[in-house]
Design a protein around this ligand. Structure first.
Ligand SMILES: *[C@@H]1O[C@H](CO)[C@@H](O)[C@H](O)[C@H]1NC(C)=O
Ligand SMILES: *[C@@H]1O[C@H](CO)[C@@H](O)[C@H](O)[C@H]1NC(C)=O
Length: 453
C-alpha cells in the first residue's frame, strides 16, 4: 500500500513538474515521507514495526541507500516471488562474494568438488531406497517459494534475494545488518558459563556437539522444517549445523553455518528460510548471513539463499525436511555446501578463514533462539516445532542422520555426541540412535510456559 502511495506521489510530483535538485534527493524525500507514514500507521505488511517508529534522518537513508547499491548487484532479470521477495538473477562473476579484499584474485571454482564418500553399512541399501524416495520431495523443483513464479534464472546467473530499505531499517544499525550477534558458548565449560548465558544477550540453545577432539572436514544432517512463532521482531529461531575451528572463548573462532531460520528482523516476515553464515573472528567484524556481505560464492542457479522454504511440516500431519552437507573439497580446500542428495549450492573460499583453512575441531547441530525477555519474562518464541522432544515424530522437530566428514573425505555416522540445553524447561533436546535415522535427536520447545517464566 505504501509503495502504491509512493508511486502515486511520484506521479503527482512529476505532473506538477516539481524541480528537485536531483531525482535522487526527491526519491529520498519520498522515502522519508513513507517512513513517517509507516510510523503513523504502526504496522507495515503484517508485522509490528513500532520497534523502529522513529524518524529516519536523510543522512541515514542516504547511507543505507549507498550500502544497498553496493550489495544489490544489477540483475539480468528479476523474479517476483509469491511471498513478496524480489529475486535478482545476477551474473555469476558480478555476485557480492568477489568484492571481498581477500578474493581479489579469486577464480570461481569451475571443477566440481570431490563429493565425500559414504561409508557402507549393512542397513544402507534399504536406507538408500528410502532416501531416494524422500529426497525426490526434498530436491524437487518447487521447494523454494519463488520457484512458484515459474521463471528461472538464466544460465550463468545466480538468484540473489534483494535487500530492501525496510530490511536494513529493522536492524539495530547498518553495521549490524546481516550480522549475527551471538553470545558464544563453550559446551565443555557450560556449567561455569550457564548463568552468564541465560542472563547474557538472551541466546538460548538446544544442541548436540561432537565430544572427541578429532579433525573434522565437514558435517551433514537432515533437518525437519517448521515455522516457529517469534514474539518480538528482534528475536529469531533457527535450526542449523555449525562447523567450528579456533577457540570458543577467544576472538578468533572460525565458524561456517547453514540451516533454516525464522527472523522477522532480517526478512520482515515469519517464514522459515534457508540461510548460511560465516565468521573468521568470533562474529565481530567478519562474515554475515547469506550473501549480505562479500564472502560466500554461489554457483547454483536454482537455489536462492535467504529464500523461504515450502512446504513445511504440520503438527501431526505431513513432515518435511532438508538435507544439508558442508564439507571441505580436498582438491582446492574450499568449504562447499550441498543440498539434498547431490545439489551444490556454492562454497566458502578457503581464503576467508584462518583455522578453517585447515580443518574443523568441533561440529554442532541444533536450535538457537533469542529470548529478549520483553515485559520482564521469557518470551514465547518457539524453537523447532514449539513442542518438547518428548512429543516425538510429527509433533517435535528433529535432526536425523548426523554425520561427519573425516580426513579421507568420507562421511560416517557420528556416534560420540553430547547434548546441551541451558534451560530444559524452556527448550530441550533428546538424542538417540537407530538403524534408519543413525544418530538423531528431537529438540525444541515453546519458550514461555509455567515452568519457564
Ligand atoms: C505493537 O507493539 C507495541 C509495543 O510492543 C504495542 O503497544 C502495540 O499495541 C502493537 N501494535 C499492534 C498493532 O499490534
Ligand atoms: C514473476 O516475476 C515477474 C517479474 O518480476 C512478475 O512480473 C510476474 O508477475 C511474476 N509472476 C508470478 C506468477 O508471480
Amino acid at each position: 500500500m505504501l509503495l502504491a502511495l509512493l508511486a502515486t506521489l511520484n506521479e503527482i510530483m512529476a505532473d506538477f513538474n516539481v524541480v528537485a535538485k536531483s531525482s535522487h534527493l526527491l526519491h529520498l524525500f519520498l522515502l522519508l515521507l513513507c517512513f513517517v507514514l509507516a510510523a503513523k500507521t504502526g504496522r507495515v505488511s503484517g508485522l509490528n514495526y513500532t520497534k523502529y517508529n522513529r524518524q529516519v534522518s536523510r543522512l541515514r537513508l542516504e547511507r543505507i541507500q549507498k550500502h544497498l547499491e553496493k550489495i544489490n548487484k544489477p540483475p539480468l532479470i528479476t523474479i517476483e516471488s509469491p511471498d513478496g521477495d524480489i529475486i535478482d538473477c545476477v551474473h555469476k562473476r558480478k555476485q557480492p562474494a568477489l568484492d571481498h579484499p581477500l578474493l581479489k584474485n579469486h577464480k570461481i571454482q569451475r571443477v566440481p568438488p570431490e563429493m565425500p564418500k559414504m561409508k557402507r553399512m549393512k542397513h544402507d541399501e534399504a536406507k538408500d531406497r528410502r532416501e531416494n524416495e524422500t529426497s525426490k520431495k526434498g530436491s524437487s523443483r518447487q521447494w523454494q517459494m519463488w520457484h512458484g513464479n515459474g521463471t528461472r534464472c538464466p544460465k550463468g546467473t545466480v538468484p540473489i534475494r534483494r535487500s530492501s530499505m525496510h530490511d536494513v531499517l529493522r536492524a539495530k544499525s547498518l553495521f549490524h545488518f546481516g550480522k549475527k550477534q551471538r553470545r558464544l558458548i563453550n559446551p565443555a565449560r557450560r556449567r561455569a558459563d550457564a548463568p552468564d548465558i541465560v542472563s547474557g544477550n538472551g541466546h538460548e540453545h538446544a544442541i548436540a556437539y561432537t565430544r572427541t577432539s578429532q579433525e573434522f572436514y565437514g558435517a551433514r544432517a537432515t533437518i525437519n522444517v517448521w515455522d516457529p512463532s517469534i514474539e518480538e521482531v528482534n528475536e529469531f529461531s533457527l535450526s542449523q549445523i555449525w562447523v567450528l575451528s579456533g577457540s570458543l572463548d577467544g576472538p578468533d573462532l572460525n565458524s561456517i553455518e547453514a540451516g533454516w531460520q525464522v527472523s522477522p528482523e532480517l526478512y520482515g516476515d515469519n517464514r522459515p528460510r534457508l540461510f548460511t553464515y560465516w565468521t573468521s573472528d568470533s562474529y565481530q567484524a567478519t562474515g554475515c548471513y547469506n550473501l549480505l556481505c562479500a564472502g560466500f560464492v554461489q554457483t547454483n542457479s536454482r537455489v536462492a539463499i535467504g529464500a523461504s522454504i515450502s512446504p513445511i511440516s504440520q503438527y501431526a500431519a505431513n513432515q518435511y525436511d532438508i538435507t544439508i552437507l558442508i564439507w571441505k573439497d580436498p582438491k582446492l580446500g574450499n568449504w562447499w555446501m550441498g543440498f539434498g542428495d547431490d545439489t551444490l549450492i556454492g562454497y566458502w573460499p578457503a581464503e576467508l578463514f584462518t583455522h578453517l583453512a585447515d580443518h574443523a575441531t568441533m561440529v554442532e547441530w541444533g536450535g538457537e533462539v533469542v529470548n529478549s525477555r520483553s515485559n520482564g519474562q521469557h518470551t514465547a518464541t518457539q524453537m523447532g516445532s514449539g513442542h518438547f522432544p518428548g512429543d516425538g515424530f510429527g509433533k517435535s522437530s528433529y535432526f536425523r542422520n548426523l554425520e561427519v566428514v573425516d580426513a579421507d573425505n568420507s562421511l560416517s555416522s557420528v556416534r560420540d555426541i553430547s547434548t546441551l540445553a541451558e534451560n530444559t524447561n524452556c527448550y530441550n533436546i533428546k538424542s538417540a540412535y537407530n538403524n534408519e535415522w543413525g544418530t538423531f535427536f528431537y529438540y525444541g520447545g515453546p519458550g514461555n510456559n509455567p515452568r519457564c517464566p
